[in-house]
Design a protein around this ligand. Structure first.
Ligand SMILES: N[C@@H]1[C@@H](O)[C@H](O)[C@@H](COP(=O)(O)O)O[C@@H]1O
Length: 262
């Protein structure tokens, strides 16, 4: 695990965007795993800027989104499909046929999930998965208790996640769907690299449990301790409960210049 503590979310997002742009320049047909939520928004803005000003080319890139609410149409303003097109996809030169987002309106959820997994395999697997984290430690919508071996499937949100996400639904918890389709933890663990972003004090407990806690299904993100290549970008507030913050800073500051591209 590489833990990178930055002074604010913009610095972290710019650094994370550099990791992604390097991947795309080295491998123009890279497969990206995308996340929603407020956390990756500055990262997506930076990728859009890189596309416009530095010619970052997405024409060969394929994407798979982590999750989607069940019951929301693709054009519903709170659907993750709408979110992705508004905040990233319509601003870059990605091919529509290369974009994959779970379909929350499918009438065959198990069949859809099976095909989603097959499509990831057919694309060659995910090179880099972007992750946010829920305040309860979830990744994608894999809530506490999710199996570490899980694949794309239906899940029920926790009351905590419904409460957290109500802010996107005018604060009304009744409007937040209770079910979703999400990549499984096993799916996320198959990505060749995972890049997790977390900002703000309300993520500090989940972050300390993820990085320094025991690996436990009660903190789904803690399984990343078993992943080979994970970069965690956090701001000072999200890092505030880490016991070994001094060490993470010391490691990063001691890195040779050629490694400090992040
Ligand atoms: N399914 C998404 C997660 O992928 C995301 O990481 C989380 C955190 O959202 P935010 O970044 O807005 O805090 O929200 C949702 O539950």
């Amino acid at each position: 695990m590489e833990v990178i503590i930055t002074k604010d979310c913009m610095t972290a997002s710019t650094a994370a965007a550099k990791t992604i742009s390097k991947l795309i320049r080295d491998k123009p047909n890279a497969v990206l795993g995308l996340a929603t939520g407020s956390t990756p928004l500055p990262l997506y803005s930076e990728l859009i800027r890189m596309h416009r000003e530095e010619g970052l080319d997405f024409s060969g890139v394929t994407t798979f989104n982590l999750d989607e609410y069940i019951g929301l149409a693709r054009d519903h303003p709170q659907s993750y499909n709408y979110f992705m097109w508004e905040n990233l996809l319509k601003h870059i030169n990605i091919r529509t046929e290369n974009v994959h987002i779970p379909d929350g309106t499918t009438d065959d959820v198990p069949g859809f999930c099976k095909r989603y997994e097959e499509e990831i395999l057919l694309a060659g697997g995910i090179d880099l998965q972007i992750l946010g984290i829920g305040s309860d430690g979830h990744i994608g919508f894999n809530e506490p208790g999710s199996s570490f071996a899980s694949r794309t499937r239906i899940k029920t949100l926790t009351e905590q996640t419904v409460a957290d996400n109500a802010r996107f639904f005018d604060g009304d918890e009744q409007d937040v769907p209770r079910h979703c389709i999400t990549m499984g933890i096993g799916t996320i663990m198959d990505a060749r690299m995972n890049l997790l972003l977390a900002f703000g004090k309300n993520k500090s407990k989940a972050i300390s449990a993820t990085i320094e806690g025991p690996v436990s299904a009660m903190t789904p993100a803690s399984i990343l301790q078993h992943h080979r290549t994970v970069r965690i970008f956090i701001d000072e507030a999200a890092a505030s409960e880490l016991k070994r913050q001094h060490y993470y800073r010391w490691v990063y500051n001691g890195k040779p210049a050629w490694q400090q591209d992040v």
